[in-house]
Ligand binder design. Structure first.
Ligand code: FES
Ligand code: FES
Length: 166
């Protein structure tokens, strides 16, 4: 069975017809040619397909497109505005937060979403007190633990998130 849906991707309204079993990741990559979200595992285990979906980070390989009809999607490409890199993109560049770069679009979207979650006071597994979240390295690592980097650029990814948060 197929459905007609609309997705708002990086500020552009896109209409498409998808098999109801199509994930948001496949809709973006295969139907719309938006290739910054990467298919690493296709099982929700690596985070490389992460985008901001209605403002929250989401692993798009686990999310059906038809269930997100009308959604606002921001990919790593869409974070840049008016020819200027997003603060997080600039920080990853300044801190050498990537090597092969395969995981980087997902890392950057996840980092942007993570800072918003921390700012809103959402606790993580390692948060000890109620109230404002102190972004320690342990907090950053825990909140980014769903994003794997096979190159092991983690130290510089933490430094980049620290820079963007400051
Ligand atoms: S491709 Fe989605 S989490 Fe790995
Ligand atoms: S930079 Fe290569 S997988 Fe992360």
């Amino acid at each position: 069975m197929e459905s007609d849906i609309t997705l708002h991707v990086d500020g552009h309204e896109r209409t498409l017809t998808v098999d109801n079993r199509t994930t948001v990741l496949d809709a973006l990559r295969d139907h719309l040619g938006v290739t910054s979200p990467k298919k690493g595992c296709d099982h929700g285990q690596c985070g490389s397909c992460t985008v901001l979906l209605d403002g929250r980070r989401a692993t798009t390989c686990l999310t059906f497109a038809v269930a997100n009809d009308g959604a606002e999607i921001t990919t790593a490409e869409g974070l840049a505005a008016d020819g200027e890199l997003h603060t997080m993109q600039q920080a990853f560049q300044d801190q050498d937060g990537f090597q092969c770069g395969y995981c980087t679009p997902g890392q950057i979207c996840s980092a942007v979403g993570m800072l918003d979650e921390a700012k809103a006071g959402h606790p993580s597994h390692v948060t000890e007190d109620d109230g404002p979240v102190e972004l320690t390295d342990a907090e950053i690592r825990e909140r980014m633990s769903g994003n794997l980097c096979r190159c092991g650029a983690y130290v510089n990814i933490v430094a980049a998130i620290r820079q963007a948060a400051s």
